[in-house]
Write a protein that binds this ligand. Structure first.
Ligand code: B12
Ligand code: SF4
Ligand code: SF4
Length: 385
């Protein structure tokens, strides 16, 4: 096997399949990651993602999952958005779906291409075995991608690339072939802490360290039960995942919008109206989100998120929509809708209070003016003292 020749063609083949980055790590790369994973789990940071704890022994290193693996080929595919992902934060009538979920499900797209690439590799090498992974297997994709040199784990804990910013999906090919590894990437976060400051729920326990239980992505996607009250206000209008820490990363300015057809945002998922989403039944939900990662959470969990966003909308028009949801067949939805109604009432009451004190102030100013005690009269009175 002529490894150098194969690697050159492997890179070209990966690019032709739409991968934006590729690198190779030895199977024993990222030795610190396993211990850090276990410490993270011991602190309970994985919350209800029990599969993280159950499979920790297999996740901690590539060899723990597959004893024969020699090399790990890490791949990244860009899903960089063309528009600012945070542009709808101040449009409370709209539900924000995170960038990664506005197109086709990346698991399907990437897995199919990883299989094609892996098959090609075996044919070119004429020997060896392969296994492909994207997200769902016990593989520590981020530290392995950093070890393979395609970027570094930023302080927001995701992989950052100089060319593609924070917008790479990751996938892995484990192989029994001994391929020449690339050098690990150095950390280029420097003194920046933009992601740490951007988090609406203070989910970072420090740089490079995230408590998933506080992360909006976990709360709106992974958490099956009611969302803890302390985070509901901070969630705002984010109804599926969160992009805030990724979007503020200065390295994104080098990222070109992804040209991958599968990841182009579907128009109906870029600025969906909350009131319309709240009206979805099971069949409607499955129809709107067919092929999208959103379908994973199911209708009830999704409408739970929508009810919370409606509660944060400050719009009187949301009240009848929430009222209807208080009669929903799902208790998860009913509970979120009840909360939504009380949050909305609180906000509308506050606005009414602010308006009436503004009105009172205006009336007093008007009366003072009529009686010759206008605002210009004040300094004169002061001067006479
Ligand atoms: C569990 C999980 C989540 C959880 C926990 C996130 C997390 N940070 O672990 C939740 C549900 C919150 C989540 C959210 C998101 N996720 Co997610 N998730 C995963 C999953 C399945 C496992 C990650 C994992 O192993 N976590 C365990 C902890 C221990 O790992 P860690 O945070 O990396 O911890 C490391 C650091 O703490 C570090 N460390 C500790 N101290 C120090 C000190 C220094 C100096 C350094 C350098 C490092 C360091 O060591 C630990 C081990 O490396 C991976 C897929 C996979 N199989 O890898 C996708 C994955 C990480 N997710 C992904 C995405 C896209 C997201 C979201 C952006 C989705 C969204 N828009 O809502 C958010 C981002 C939130 C965030 N800031 O991380 C992508 C990230 C791609 C990338 N470029 O990195 C992945 C890789 C999936 C994929 N195949 O593309 N996710
Ligand atoms: S995804 Fe959102 S909630 Fe989670 S850590 Fe990043 S900014 Fe915080
Ligand atoms: S925002 Fe700054 S600190 Fe956070 S990952 Fe990007 S470069 Fe690193």
């Amino acid at each position: 096997m002529d490894t150098n020749k194969i690697l050159k063609s492997l890179n070209a083949k990966a690019a032709a399949l739409g991968f934006s980055a590729i690198g190779i790590a030895p199977a024993d790369a990222a030795p610190a990651a396993g211990a850090r994973l276990k410490a993270w789990i011991a602190e309970g940071c994985h919350g209800d993602m029990l599969w993280m704890a159950e499979k920790a022994d297999r996740r901690e290193s590539p060899r723990a999952l597959w004893g024969e693996v020699q090399s790990v080929i890490m791949l990244g595919m860009s899903y960089a958005p063309a528009l600012d992902p945070l542009r709808h934060t101040d449009h409370p009538e709209i539900g924000v779906i995170s960038v990664y979920a506005q197109g086709q499900d990346y698991h399907d797209t990437i897995k199919a291409r990883l299989k094609t690439l892996a098959r090609w590799l075996l044919e070119a090498a004429g020997e060896g075995e392969v296994k492909v992974f994207v997200d769902t297997a016990p593989v520590m994709e981020k530290p392995l991608a950093a070890a393979a040199g395609i970027g570094w784990q930023g302080k927001h804990t995701n992989l950052v690339s100089r060319e593609h910013g924070s917008w790479l999906f990751l996938g892995a090919i484990y192989t029994t072939l001994a391929l020449t590894p690339d050098a690990p990437h150095v950390d280029r976060c420097g003194s920046c802490d933009a992601c740490q400051r951007a988090c609406p729920t203070a989910a970072f326990t420090g740089p490079y360290s995230l408590d998933a239980r506080r992360c909006i992505s976990y709360l709106t996607i992974e958490l099956k039960g009611p969302i803890p009250h302390e985070f509901r206000r901070a969630i705002g209008n984010r109804i599926y995942g969160c992009d805030d820490c990724l979007a503020v990363c200065p390295w994104n300015r080098f990222a070109k919008a992804s040209a991958e057809a599968a990841f182009q945002p579907r128009t109906e998922l870029t600025a969906p109206r909350l009131a319309e989403l709240a009206a979805l039944d099971d069949a409607g939900f499955r129809q709107v989100f067919a092929g999208s990662p959103v379908k994973r959470v199911g209708r009830d969990r999704f409408v739970r998120n929508v009810a919370i966003a409606l509660g944060n909308s400050g719009s009187a028009g949301a009240a009848p929509v929430l009222q209807r949801l208080t009669e929903d067949a799902s208790e998860l939805v009913r509970e979120a809708a009840r909360w939504g109604l009380s949050a909305l009432a609180e906000d509308l009451e506050r606005v009414r209070g602010e308006r009436s004190s503004d009105d009172r102030r205006e009336q007093v100013e008007h009366r003072d003016k009529e009686q010759g005690r206008g605002s210009e009269a004040q300094p004169q009175a002061e001067r006479t003292v």
